[in-house]
Design a protein. Structure first.
Length: 94
């Protein structure tokens, strides 16, 4: 629910909210790193990245293809990871 308009969130807004909440939980912070920050600089190295993926999978109820998301040459920063996860979910009909 959008706190300003009291309308339901769009699917894209709901994913963004979920992704941001999961990133903050994994990094144990109150803010989400900027989309242009590298995964390493943000602290999303191997163990934290796996934890993030598991949180997203639990919340969404689907398996995310980690090898497809991370092997891709396009995933270098937070924004890339957000887009790759969104694409993976869309590809599974979510």
């Amino acid at each position: 629910m959008n706190p300003v308009t009291a309308e339901p969130l769009s699917q894209d807004d709901a994913f963004t909210e979920l992704f941001d909440r999961a990133v903050k939980a994994v990094l144990r912070t109150t803010t989400v790193p900027p989309d242009d920050m590298s995964l390493d600089d943000a602290g999303l190295e191997s163990f934290n990245l796996l934890n993030l993926m598991m949180i997203l999978e639990d919340e969404i109820g689907i398996l995310l293809p980690l090898e497809q998301i991370m092997i891709s040459d396009r995933v270098h920063c937070i924004g890339d990871l957000r887009a790759a996860c969104r694409d993976a979910i869309a590809g599974q009909g979510q």
